[in-house]
Ligand binder design. Sequence first.
Ligand code: NI
Length: 276
Amino acid sequence: MNTRAKSSSEKPEESRSFFSRINLWFPWLKIVAAIFLIFIIVLDLLSFTVSKTANLNDDFPTMPMSRHIKATERTLEGKKLVALTFDDGPSPDTTPRLLDILTEKNAIATFFVLGTMAKRQPEIIKRAKSEGHQIASHTMYHQNLTGISLEAAEADINESRNVFRGITGYGPALTRPPYGNFNEKIGRLSKTPLILWSVDPEDWKYRDINAITEAVMRQVHDGAIILMHDIYPTSIDAVPVIIDKLRNDGYEFVTISEMAENRGITLSPGSSYYKF
Ligand code: NI
């Protein structure tokens, strides 16, 4: 008779130490951990395969309309409307300062971002989006889309759509073709309305606060789309001055989509818009 075995088997459950309990469960924990790990690896492989094989021409949902974060406090009735638009960014040197100014002035804008810039500064895009600004596409490489082959134009547009989707989770709702150059085929490829402009202060050329401000004030009208670039410090410096002057003249700031909605215009893919 094995008394030692008997005495050990009769040991009451409660007297087992914490460590002996862990020991008892440990083999199971190892199995559970292994299954969990395999699950994670399979999931990772799956998502990798999906992203590698995704068709560039896949349609994905376009970004919903952006509204001013304080839209409910803002009244557009009886106001002249104007859309500030900024191209060629985002730049880490200038765009965050512009966002600070827009917040301080309680104004809203539309950003036509370049894919190459967006790829390097996804956080600025996310910030602008979270602050209610509209984010749209200015293509991937800023090529003259009517001066290159249709295949090259399609590749550029599709690449920018994918970068845009990677950052925002949506496809762009609007496109501004570089240099304002487009034709019917480019319009179709973009799958979005094409947004041009009616006020061009040529801020990239003058790089002077007064010249930019005066040009805007000379050309501005109700329903205007103002073209500026958020990559030049002088353009950013002019923004608070322009906002104050326009407000003084009875203008309120809206995104492109807000302005279209306010004017009862349904933006249609492939069509071009200069003002509303
Ligand atoms: Ni541009």
